[in-house]
Ligand binder design. Sequence first.
Ligand code: GLP
Length: 240
Amino acid sequence: MNYITVNSYKELSAKAAQLIASVVTLKPDCVLGLATGSSPVGTYDCLTEMYEKGMLDFSKVTSVNLDEYVGLSGDNDQSYRYFMNENLFNHIDIPMENTHLLNGEAKDPEAECKAYDEAIKNAGGIDIQVLGIGRNGHIAFNEPDEALIAPTHKTGLTADTIDANSRFFESADLVPKYALTMGMASIFGARKIILLANGASKAQAVKELRNDEIKTSNPSTLLKLHPDVTIICDKEAFGE
Ligand code: GLP
């Protein structure tokens, strides 16, 4: 794994945007794997700025997102579809029909997840996947557990994740208890992965990522098995 340590969130965002921009430049019809949460917001701002300056063209790009809350419609301002529209898609020229998120309102979640993995495969696989990291080491919504699930699936959220994500909701009771998420195999299918970690709350999870162990109690540690992972983190998250 390749580590890039930075001094600020601004620098982290610029570096991540550079890596994504290089993929879009080299392959204009690439498939971007995107993430939500506060970590990639600055990266999306940088990409928007590059687009506005005429440095990037997203018109042939396809995107797939990692996860979505169960029960929230795309126009609910807490849904990840809403987040992506607000933070990136509405500001660049990616055709909306090329942007894919799991449908949190799907009547048959199992069929929805199966179709999602199929769609990623049919699109040619993910060229670069952006990941954040939960303070418990989760990636997407693959929560610490005795066993992790390979394909895209429905999952329950841990109390820690509900607590961490409650900052976006009026109260913890309103945080959905279930989500649809890409599984470890769906994520590992990406040719290149970048993981963004900033702030002291991620230090423990990153510490475990930096040692030699692989354990399902910190799902991010499985990334040690992938051939092309870059971790971009600030000094607090890196433990300095
Ligand atoms: C959520 C998302 C993850 C994200 C994590 C960290 O639970 N499902 O994909 O990486 O939160 O979020 P943040 O970047 O806000 O710390």
